[in-house]
Design a protein around this ligand. Structure first.
Ligand SMILES: *[C@@H]1O[C@H](CO)[C@@H](O)[C@H](O)[C@H]1NC(C)=O
Ligand SMILES: *[C@@H]1O[C@H](CO)[C@@H](O)[C@H](O)[C@H]1NC(C)=O
Ligand SMILES: *[C@@H]1O[C@H](CO)[C@@H](O)[C@H](O)[C@H]1NC(C)=O
Ligand SMILES: *[C@@H]1O[C@H](CO)[C@@H](O)[C@H](O)[C@H]1NC(C)=O
Ligand SMILES: *[C@@H]1O[C@H](CO)[C@@H](O)[C@H](O)[C@H]1NC(C)=O
Length: 468
């Protein structure tokens, strides 16, 4: 028995020993010297304060700084160790969970041409790397042996105000691109026509740049697009009708530009769209577009800061999933449709402030159990606010009604309102002639009502006794 066990233990030890010996020879192949050297130089040019070569002296694919990702370009077999290359480069410290190599804005030797030394690059990410030093955006578009590289799938540049210049037509050669994110930078010029060639694009986010001009019709070729965000630029002209063909679009944000004309009727084709923001553009006198009523997947709808005019149409019957509506300062007048309260049971945010709405606030709003913010400020609404104390307490300070001179509040609700909401404005207590109980200025709980009746009775008896 005992010798058997010893034998087994010896065999196990030998196996372990052998596996330890064998593993290193069969381990990760090393990064080729060209990519290794180029990566050192990229790191040094982004931050020369850090001694990269001393901190990471070994193969940069075996022990790389966070943010550098290698991958097998040829898988290893028994005879061949395979080939590794750098596939992702992420620069700029984001957080402790994402501690990419930090960029030092004072390093001025940055050379984008170095990126042509990484032929298998799929993703480039820069966060706050080019803040003071100017870097031409097209120098990245030409990554990969000086030619537009079809291998790049993700280009992400976030908060790099030094990144400048136009995108340029050659971007059309980056046919592998799935995500193009350039936000908070100084990229200018137009969206090039060649953009329509980037058929794999799923996300285009170019918010907060100096882009301008009209959108090319070709944008309708981007059939895989799910997120399209051009907010905070200087785009103008009409919205191409072809955008309505982007059936996979989930989020469309063109807010804070100078788009004009109307929302194309073709938008009814946007069956996946959940978030639509066209706020702060120059849409004028087109009314609230009726096509919104056909976009049955909408959750958020924002059109604030356009001179739409007209009355708010009754388009809410098919929009039951909507949870946020922004129609502030759009020049609408007339009544607020009660259908908003009837159909939009998931509504949590409704802004109709700074318009010319008149009439009363629909009592159907009371049914909106998810409502957490209601802004009706600066309109011409009148009559009593049809809300209970519970409703008023739930929404609290997010119930904003001042600037409606003819609006009043039921006396019973008034005290809850004052308690939770400092924003009283000149809201007054309603004079409700037809319902004398409501004119009672305190909580009409049953006990105080009984008290009131007892006092009245005593008073009547006293008067009666006095007359005797
Ligand atoms: C960059 O230079 C400025 C002025 O020379 C200095 O105040 C700042 O601390 C430097 N920033 C870094 C990250 O070294
Ligand atoms: C933005 O880029 C333009 C050139 O396209 C340049 O003239 C301007 O100075 C840049 N602005 C900033 C703030 O860097
Ligand atoms: C639109 O894209 C197609 C390729 O899909 C191209 O042939 C055509 O020239 C483009 N149109 C314009 C105006 O650039
Ligand atoms: C309302 O929201 C809930 C939770 O997000 C969701 O499950 C439900 O489907 C929504 N209702 C409608 C009518 O879309
Ligand atoms: C406000 O509404 C009343 C009717 O409720 C109307 O007579 C009046 O003209 C409106 N005022 C403005 C400034 O629109």
């Amino acid at each position: 028995m005992a010798p058997n066990i010893i034998n087994i233990i010896i065999i196990i030890i030998i196996t372990l020993f052998l596996s330890i010996l064998i593993t290193p020879t069969n381990s990760q192949p090393s990064l080729n010297s060209v990519e290794q050297e180029s990566l050192y130089r990229v790191l040094e040019s982004l931050n020369s304060d850090i001694p990269w070569r001393t901190l990471f002296p070994d193969d940069l694919c075996s022990s790389a700084p966070h943010g550098v990702v290698c991958g097998y370009t040829t898988l290893p077999t028994e005879s061949d160790p395979g080939q590794v290359n750098i596939q992702e480069l992420n620069f700029g410290y984001v957080s402790d969970h994402n501690p990419n190599p930090p960029c030092n804005p004072n390093t001025t030797t940055f050379d984008p041409n170095l990126f042509s030394s990484f032929p298998y690059l799929r993703k480039l990410f820069f966060y706050k790397c080019f803040t003071t030093r100017p870097v031409f955006v097209q120098s990245f578009i030409r990554v990969g042996s000086g030619q537009p590289d079809p291998g790049i799938e993700e280009m992400l540049f976030i908060e790099n105000p030094g990144l400048f210049g136009s995108l340029g037509g050659s971007i059309g050669g980056m046919t592998g691109l799935r995500r193009l994110v350039i936000t908070g930078s100084n990229v200018s010029g137009e969206i090039p026509c060649g953009f329509g060639l980037l058929k794999n694009l799923e996300e285009v986010k170019l918010s907060g740049n100096n882009l301008a001009g009209v959108l090319p019709e070709n944008i309708s070729n981007l059939k895989n697009l799910k997120v399209f965000d051009l907010s905070g630029n200087g785009f103008e002209g009409n919205i191409p009708a072809g955008i309505g063909e982007l059936k996979n679009l989930i989020k469309l944000d063109f807010s804070r530009n100078m788009f004009e004309g109307n929302i194309p009727a073709s938008f009814k084709g946007l069956k996946s769209l959940e978030f639509l923001d066209m706020s702060y553009n120059k849409f004028k006198n087109c009314g609230v577009p009726l096509v919104f009523g056909e976009m049955s997947n909408l959750k958020g709808l924002f059109m604030s800061g356009n001179e739409l005019g007209g009355v708010i149409p009754d388009i809410w019957g098919k929009l039951r999933g909507v949870n946020a509506i922004g129609l502030s300062n759009v020049g609408v007048f007339g009544d607020i449709p009660s259908s908003i309260g009837l159909f939009l049971s998931n509504l949590s945010y409704l802004a109709l402030d700074n318009n010319k709405l008149s009439g009363s606030v629909p009592m159907e709003f009371e049914r909106l159990e998810m409502l957490s913010e209601l802004n009706l400020k600066n309109n011409n609404l009148s009559g009593g606010l049809p809300f209970s104390s519970e409703f008023v307490s739930r929404i609290g300070r997010k119930l904003v009604v001042q600037g409606n001179t003819e609006l009043c509040l039921d006396g019973r609700v008034f005290r809850s309102f004052v308690k939770v909401n400092g924003n009283l404005g000149c809201l007054k207590v309603c004079k409700m002639v037809e319902n004398p109980k409501s004119a009672f200025p305190y909580d009409v709980s049953s006990s105080s009502l009984v008290g009131y009746q007892v006092v009245s009775l005593l008073l009547v008896m006293f008067v009666w006794l006095a007359t005797l």
